[in-house]
Each structure stands twice: as structure tokens, then as C-alpha cells.
Design a protein around this ligand. Structure first.
Ligand code: HAM
Length: 418
């Protein structure tokens, strides 16, 4: 049997929901622009290596979640599971490192991960994100985090906390890794299969595993923040200092290490405190090795991305309803064929003058058309019958006061603008 339903893990945004989507997207662009980030649009699919190398081959994303296919030319391509690797690839390929640094970029668009179905988790989901490439200044980390905080506040979202950590650099991580492996080896066999397979390659991830994170031996594991090298420690202190100065509240969370391999130093997550299991609304951090790993110069980077679907779950219901409303400035009500034909021209005139207007094309009776004007919250109804056609006029009805007046077509726009 043919399956005409949408694929699992995808969603349709129907018109009554698209208002709130457009509002959030417009706010994101507005705030990104305010902080001088410029839009970057990269392909929805990339060569698979970009993500294998960039995101990391020990991650869940690369091991289990990518939509990878071979195209007709025999290339292995992958639908992007996240935005950072593609932005960095475009930065390197477009030689943007030759321009003014740091480069500050933003993106909005769909991402794809074959995840287990769960509330707040989709297989096609939408991210908004920013990246700063070419600065190691802790003030850049603070700007990225403060921007995320500013954006959430602009949307009226209040119930969240910011978790902050430093995951160090390859130098401090290798010392910490030795201690961590010593500490965890006695319980290796008790760990979940994912953690056993990441045991040697990426033991840090065991600390924030949903299953093993609560094991008493994991809870007492050496913390990366106690083993940072001097440079990473100074950097982390400076990030905290700038956030304090900017009045951005955070909780230091040494077990939060994020699910992508490219992070170095700063890692952070904004957690919605009224959301269920999938509560991370924004995640990000610094990725100093990624640009050179993807063939570019040795430049540092920092950024974040957030999921639109999850964010929308936290938007105030009253706001959502207001944005769902279907509103018109004017609704044209016509009776008879000649009036309908005249209405078509009236509509054109209205729209050319920036007045949002519509008419009925379903042959409804006069009363039903008046009801439609109400349903669309039209400020005025423009009634047209044979009389109006003859006089090249319309009867302008104020839908609130119910007052009516005859207005000639020449004077209509001026009358409406009043
Ligand atoms: P991420 O933590 O994998 O980071 O994803 C960022 C956000 O995307 C999550 O916090 C969540 O809100 C949303 N998200 C992820 N997967 C799903 C899903 N299956 N369904 C719905 N929402 C989802 C990154 O993607 C990094 N590229 C962020 C970054 C940018 N780091 C530095 N620059």
C-alpha cells in the first residue's frame, strides 16, 4: 500500500503555525544583524567526509544518525546534520581567511539526523546559529553567549539556565584522559555499549552519558576543569569574568561536554527548565582545531546553534495565538458579476498601495461575506454592488463602528489611510 503520510520525525508547519515561525526567524535575523553577523547559506548536503572529520567519527551523529547516500556520480553525500562544519568548509573554500578577521556569520535552515523519535526530537529540524571565525579572545566567547541570552530574552523566554564548562585543549585533555581511564577502568564492563566503544577514543563523553552519567564511579570521576592547562584555565577565567561583567548568569557544569568532537575550551548549553527530556534549546562552544582540520589555516572559532522546534515549545501561548491570527486591512464584498469584475480592479489598487486585502471567490451570499470580513479581522469592508459600479465608488464600512460612507475610487486610498 502506498504511504502518503509524512516521513517519521518530520513535521508540517501549517498556516496557523507559520506566523510564530516567521516571528522567531525574523527576531533571530534582527538580533544577529544587531551584533554584526552576516548570513551564510551553504548547501543542505555536503561530501560525507566533511561531517566524518568535522563532527567526529566517535559521535552518535556520525555513527548512527547521518542521512548518507551515493549520488548518481558515485559520490558519498550526507544531508547536513548540523551547520558548523559546512560554514567552516565554505569559509575555507571561499578563502574568507584572507579578509577581515574575525568573520562573523549566521545561518538558519533545516538539519537532518536519524534520531530516535521523541518529543522535541525530529529527523528534519531547523537550526539558527552563529559562528565567529578567527579570534581566540574570550570576549568573543562572551559575546556569543550574551547574544544567545539576549535573543531568548527578546522572545520573552525566561525559564532557562545557562550551563558553562571548559573542555580544555588536546594538551590538557590528554593528561585528564589518563586519569579518567584509570578511574573508569574498574567499571568498564558495567558501562553501556556506546560508552564502552567510546572508552578509549573519547572517554570525556562518558561523563554526560544519559545512562552512565549517574553511576557513582562516574560521578566521582576527575573533572576536566581541575586539570586545565594554564592557558585554558586563564581563558576560562576570562570568559567567566566577561559574563559576570555583562550580567549573564551561568552555572559551571564540569560534566557537560557536548555531543560533537570539535569542541575545545568553552562549551555551553541553554537548558529550558520547563521542557522535558529534550531540554537543550541552544548549544555551542569553541572549536579551535576545526578550521585546520577541514583544510584551512590554523584559526580558532566559536559559535552556537539552537533548535527552532524546541524554542517554539517555550514561546508564550498568548503570543502564539496572536501570531496565528489571519488578519486583513480590507475585505471587498461584491454582489453580482459586474461588481465582482470591478472588485478585481479595486483589489489591485489596494495592494499596489500596500493595503492587505482580499475578496471572496466562492460565490458566498452578502451576509456570509460580511462574516468572512470579521473572521479575517478586516478593519474595513468595501461593499460593491451595481450602484457602486455605476458611480465608480465603494461603500466603505468601518467594521468596528459599523458606520458606512460612499467613497469614490479616486479618494479611496486617502480615505483608507486616514
Ligand atoms: P547540537 O547541540 O548538536 O550543536 O545542536 C544544537 C541544537 O539543535 C540543540 O541544542 C537542539 O536545540 C537542536 N537540535 C539538535 N538535534 C535536534 C533534533 N533531532 N530535533 C530537534 N532539535 C534538535 C550543533 O549542532 C553545533 N553545530 C552547535 C555549534 C555551533 N557549536 C559551535 N557552533
Amino acid at each position: 500500500m502506498a504511504d502518503f503520510s509524512r516521513p517519521p520525525g518530520t513535521m508540517d508547519v501549517l498556516p496557523e503555525k507559520s506566523g510564530v515561525w516567521q516571528w522567531v526567524e525574523a527576531k533571530a535575523r534582527e538580533v544577529f544583524d544587531l551584533y554584526h553577523y552576516r548570513e551564510m547559506r551553504t548547501p543542505i548536503f555536503e561530501h560525507t567526509e566533511i561531517f566524518e572529520r568535522g563532527v567526529g567519527d566517535t559521535t552518535d551523529i556520525v555513527q548512527k544518525e547521518m542521512y548518507t547516500f551515493t549520488d548518481r556520480g558515485g559520490r558519498s553525500l550526507t544531508l547536513r546534520p548540523e551547520g558548523t562544519a559546512g560554514v567552516v568548509r565554505a569559509f575555507v573554500e571561499g578563502k574568507l581567511y584572507g579578509g577581515t578577521l574575525p568573520g562573523k556569520y549566521y545561518y538558519l535552515g533545516p538539519m537532518f539526523r536519524y534520531e530516535k523519535k521523541q518529543a522535541g526530537r525530529y529527523r528534519q529540524f531547523n537550526q539558527y546559529g552563529i559562528e565567529v571565525i578567527g579570534s581566540d579572545d574570550p570576549r568573543a566567547d562572551a559575546e556569543v553567549i550574551e547574544l544567545a541570552d539576549h535573543f531568548l530574552k527578546e522572545l520573552g523566554i525566561r525559564h532557562y539556565r545557562l550551563e558553562l564548562n571548559s573542555v580544555g585543549c588536546p594538551t590538557c585533555r590528554s593528561d585528564h584522559k589518563k586519569l579518567l581511564l584509570e578511574h573508569l577502568t574498574p567499571i568498564k564492563n558495567e558501562l553501556c555499549t556506546d560508552c564502552q566503544s567510546r572508552f578509549e577514543k573519547n572517554p570525556l563523553r562518558i561523563l554526560d552519558c544519559k545512562i552512565d552519567g549517574h553511576h557513582p564511579q562516574v560521578l566521582t570521576a576527575p573533572k576536566i576543569t581541575d586539570h586545565l592547562c594554564e592557558d585554558c584555565s586563564t581563558h576560562f577565567d576570562a570568559v567567566k569574568g566577561h559574563l559576570n561583567a555583562l550580567g549573564v548568569a551561568y552555572v559551571i557544569t564540569p560534566t557537560m561536554v557536548r555531543g560533537l568532537d570539535y569542541y575545545t575550551r568553552t562549551a555551553f548549553e541553554f537548558i529550558g527548565t520547563e521542557l522535558g527530556a529534550q531540554s537543550t534549546i541552544i548549544g555551542g562552544g569553541r572549536y579551535n582545531g576545526l578550521i585546520s582540520m577541514l583544510g584551512g589555516p590554523d584559526l580558532p572559532g566559536v559559535g552556537f546553534a539552537g533548535g527552532l522546534e524546541r524554542l517554539l515549545l517555550t514561546v508564550d501561548e498568548a503570543r502564539e495565538q496572536e501570531l496565528a491570527a489571519d488578519r486583513l486591512d480590507a475585505f471587498v464584498i461584491a454582489m453580482g458579476d459586474a461588481a465582482m469584475d470591478f472588485s478585481v480592479k479595486v483589489l489591485q489598487l489596494l495592494r499596489k498601495n500596500g493595503i492587505r486585502a482580499d475578496m471572496d471567490y466562492a460565490g458566498r451570499a452578502f451576509k456570509a461575506q460580511l462574516k468572512l470580513a470579521d473572521r479575517y479581522h478586516a478593519k474595513v469592508a468595501l461593499i460593491i454592488g451595481d450602484d457602486e459600479v455605476e458611480k465608480q465608488s465603494v461603500t466603505l464600512r468601518d467594521t468596528t463602528s459599523k458606520e458606512q460612507q460612499l467613497v469614490s475610487i479616486e479618494e479611496l486610498i486617502t480615505a483608507l489611510q486616514k
